[in-house]
Design a protein around this ligand. Sequence first.
Ligand code: SAH
Ligand code: SF4
Length: 430
Amino acid sequence: CQQNVADSEKIKGFLAQMGFSFTEDEEEADFILFNTCAVRGHAENRVFGNVGALKDLKRRHPSLIISLCGCMMEEKQASEHIKQKFPFVNLVFGTHVLHRFPELLWTALTASRRVFERGDEQEDARIVEGLPIHRDGTTRAWLTVMYGCDNFCSYCIVPYVRGRERSREPEAILDEFRSIVADGYKDITLLGQNVNSYGKKLERPINFSQLLRMLDAVDGDYRLRFMTSHPKDATHELIDTMAEGRHICHHLHLPVQAGSNRILKEMNRGYTREKYLALVEYARKKIPDLSLTTDIIVGFPGETYEEFRETVSLVREVGFTSLFTFIYSPREGTRAARLPDPVPYEEKARWLQELCAEQEKISAERCAKEVGKTYRVLVEKQNEKDGLLCGRTDGNVIVLFEGSKELIGNFAEVKITAARNWILRGELIQ
Ligand code: SAH
Ligand code: SF4
């Protein structure tokens, strides 16, 4: 997820300060690091496969340091599994001890022992400011405003591996924000598991809308986005702030997860279908060109086909720009993992296909209306394959068009000439 991308940029910042440079070629690497995800089982299994594949490389290059970090390494059983089954892994550390990375790497390099570190409650509670950052892109930047999560949605491992919710001081965020703008980044995303509860626990409480307004007041030619917004804490004030902002994108990622009230309750999401739809209605009234995206879990334990169809009908009713869809994956230690789950995986996979087919129809209908419109596009890169420039609208939709690569990193006015599955084709008008 974006939080992991932001963490990776911090680790790269440390490495760059230590004099390392970066390569994609594992044959020439002295140090290989996997930043892992624990949200679904599929990602976890892939990690074991990828690490296992390095056994031969390590045999040929015995001085190579192989390391794993990230959410999965905060899970005791995953870290133990690595310890037992992959003796050639030198260094394993969780998200809570990321700020100690230089010390941990030094130990792995100099002491002849393997290093395994995870957080404890003290580590959980702290925010370490001032870590170096080596940003990967030149146009887009990530800025973490808060860590952890207190929501305990019944299916989700995040509160267990990322710890309790804690917000950075607004002044620290503003300083980092100003330097990102000064460095020329033009698409800046504020990150948190639930940005709408930002600041509640600070000594001088401030809410997320106030933070947004404070950042939006910084002058410059840039766009400001944020994720993730939890529907239970999204307020009218937030929507009004978006509508009034100078730089705030008309894009809202608002994960709904399911369309049935019974399933939403079982998920411990804290809102109903009706409340979600009312929020969307208010947002669309205030921001008519709003682009809405969402996350959906198909096949939560005990979900029936009829309940799943309520998700499909909600998707149709809202008309999202795009969906991030997942088949439910049981996570050990969560409440949902103990619920009876009678529907076979293959059946859930069919439901997922049904949902995606519905979204494709919705996308086609909505995309057709895009032709002829003009968008301000931030140009990110030139496609290797077809040489087309590739950029993003305010609503986070990809646009491809012909143009000179000098435009990369700048805004361009583009008229849409064709559209398919939310990839828009256009022509440069300025
Ligand atoms: N904090 C964010 C989500 C972080 S996890 C929020 O509340 O929206 C990103 C997405 O992964 C979730 O929105 C959910 O759709 C999905 N997800 C989380 N746990 C899952 C699980 N056990 N199985 C399948 N999908 C899951
Ligand atoms: Fe997980 Fe829910 Fe927290 Fe999001 S809000 S990270 S889904 S527990």
